[in-house]
Design a protein around this ligand. Sequence first.
Ligand code: PMV
Length: 308
Amino acid sequence: MQYGYGKLILFGEHFVVYGLPGIASSIGLYTRCQLYPNKTGIKVRDRLTNKNIVLGENKQEILDRAMQIILKETGLGGKNFRLEIDGDIPVFGGLGSSAALIVSIIRELNEHYKLKLSNEQVNEIAFKAEHVFHGNPSGIDNTASTYRSLLWFEKNLSGGKNKIELLKCKKPLLVVIGNTKIIHDTVETVAEVKKKKEKEPKKFDKIFEDAKELVFQARNALEKGDLPKTGELINENQELLQEIGVSSPELDLLCKASVENGALGAKLTGAGMGGCMFALCPDKKTQEKVAQAIRKKGFDSYITSVGV
Ligand code: PMV
């Protein structure tokens, strides 16, 4: 049984698609994959999305297409097996469930067939398979899922290796994740931003400049363990995301409720327009309070920590 972990983008979603830096971390929510023998062919059952595929029977099916890529890249075409997938990560919620799914599959195949893939190779294959789910992904999701760490990420727009640096926070970040339970479509949201950027280039150039500067400041604050500054920058990042039009009334409501209940900062995470947000808390007591405030509004919340 092998695991793939979900992720939280702390800073820079959407902007990373255009080569700007982002900071992300894996989280404790996961998908896990177990391989069983099968007489003929390949079957995959994904309990998280309730998808059941027999490989090749429906070539339009996303999971089928992702599996084809994984088999090609691992050289395992022609093998017979059955994969059972489950986990506790909400799907289509901005927590990187598709990347986690792919990473858990690649790791399970790696383990079972003794492929000796390095993290870098797992990540490269996962990135290729992520294209099926996300069209033009930055690669930040699969990278956070593969390396299971806090990291700095810059997409290489010329197609070469992306820049990945593992980071350490001076202090662990106590966060609460709030889930609006509104399913979002990453491909659509990324395409909307592109359209708006083309329509209003001047406005977007300025926002992108601010976003870039902000991520460098955030790295500094995280590495110094300056939580109040980190919180301030999280709020500023949320404002930039509002300006590019990817927040939603529910996300704004949960961010506001978090800050009113003592969070140092709160922002959406992932593609936005639904999905999840997170709040940075100064201590465990505030974490409980914020999680409760989110639940009181009728949404799900998860308490976790990142960056250690
Ligand atoms: O919502 P998710 O988990 O699909 O995250 C998308 C993050 C984006 O920056 C919006 C897109 C990307 O590929 O980085």
